[in-house]
Design a protein around this ligand. Sequence first.
Ligand SMILES: Cc1cc2nc3c(=O)[nH]c(=O)nc-3n(C[C@H](O)[C@H](O)[C@H](O)COP(=O)(O)OP(=O)(O)OC[C@H]3O[C@@H](n4cnc5c(N)ncnc54)[C@H](O)[C@@H]3O)c2cc1C
Length: 485
Amino acid sequence: MARTGKQYLEALQQNPPNLWYKGEKVEDPTSHPVFKGITHTLARLYDMQHDPKYRDILTYEENGKRYAMSLLPARTKEDLARRSAAYKLWADANLGMMGRCPDYLNAVLMAYESSAEFFGEFADNVCNYVKYVRENDLSTTHCLTNPQVNRAKSASEQPDPYIPVGVVRQTEDGIVVRGARMLSTLPTADELLVFPSTLLKEGPGADKYAVAFAIPTNTPGLHFISRESMSIGDSEYDYPLGSRLEEMDCLTVFDEVFVPWERIFILGDLEKCNQAYAQTGALMHMAHQVVVLKNAKTEAFVGLVSLIGETIGADTFPHVQEKIAEVIVYLEAMKGFWVRAEIDAKPNKYGVMCPDRGAIDGARNLFPRLYPRIAEIVHQVGASGMITLPSEADFESPVGPYLEKYLQSATLPARERVQLFRLAWDMTTSGFGARQTLYERFFFGDPVRMYQTLFSAYDKEPFKRRIREFLGWSEQPKAEVVAGD
Ligand SMILES: Cc1cc2nc3c(=O)[nH]c(=O)nc-3n(C[C@H](O)[C@H](O)[C@H](O)COP(=O)(O)OP(=O)(O)OC[C@H]3O[C@@H](n4cnc5c(N)ncnc54)[C@H](O)[C@@H]3O)c2cc1C
């Protein structure tokens, strides 16, 4: 059932994840200086589910109970529209800057549950697990990629075969796994989803990596080793995003972790691992959430760069107008992908209504390339205002009156003008902002291999045929070997 923020925070206090920060175990993330911002932000998102203004968008009713909309089974195009309205509401609340809103991985869980047959003997495990997540409205994180030790070699050829997560042994009650995965964003989730990694290759010893399961984030032997925080403080004025949205990213280590049978979804089947995302519709549903989130993010950038241009009078210059219009064009393109993903949606063989693959692939391949350009435009329009950023304390100090005078702008008093530019800095330039750019480049996978996959999977034949016809070839002429002397 849809839970409240208080319930999320209490659950986290009672069962804190095995989380390490700068050599120390984080005992209570809800009050820890680095993790409290994101946990309270997530709590606010859960609370929105109970706000009469948002309740009908963020939750759906079944047998008199309300559940998170992101777990509504997608059977019709109307279901997709209801799901995306919920994604958008949460995304807007954080300007599209939170990657691991629980709706992201709920989209995968919903698709797995609705295509449970795919999982064969483990189908009941999938259904029972998703039911458990739905009933308790849990948040999840995930970790997919293997440690970056030697990318030129396969998983089993690494210096130790258990550098990637692999099954060490099976027992009567489950399996024991060892190894690590590169990273989990949002370690302050209730559960960790360990789903198939990047494409698994056949080969001796490869089956041990073919595994999918879910475990609580406080499972014995599991360790989330966090990076350092990129937010410098907790003033919402000084660090408008970092103070609230530092999700944190962790190396995830599995030291002889026991996984009970009921939490296993795939075991020893490489082909199933490689097909799970595509066959169940999970890929399209995850990416659907992503497209909506990126729409919210691009809208936020249109608002930001327009306000910056306006407040310093720079939007009177044609080249600035052109740059703002460029961001608007990107927004309209992203909207187009979103709308078409839903209009051209089709059911998969399990009856899951899946957003259109072409639109989804277009969006997820294009956005990583647009995003650095959007950040660059903010720099180009904001210029030195992006770095002339006194803090809240400076305004209260003896030099405050100077700031009020010299940092005023055409449309705003100095405090609000600096507040706006601090947001621009946190969106693009601070440690938090720089991580956003890295995130956009990679979070959905390696952009190079994503393009290669698109190249291979895309049906280019109808367009090749049109060219042949235009050139008057009834059939394609056969190439002949023409050798030199
Ligand atoms: C901020 C951030 C947050 C993230 N959060 C999560 C998360 O919550 N959960 C999660 O599971 N993952 C997360 N990721 C990881 C993300 O899935 C990976 O970054 C992405 O899949 C690329 O893998 P990699 O980083 O291991 O890059 P690598 O695979 O190590 O690639 C490094 C370079 O080598 C090239 N390369 C490597 N292998 C090949 C190959 N076979 N063919 C051609 N080129 C190759 C790549 O193109 C790239 O240039 C996150 C990443 C970032 C940056």
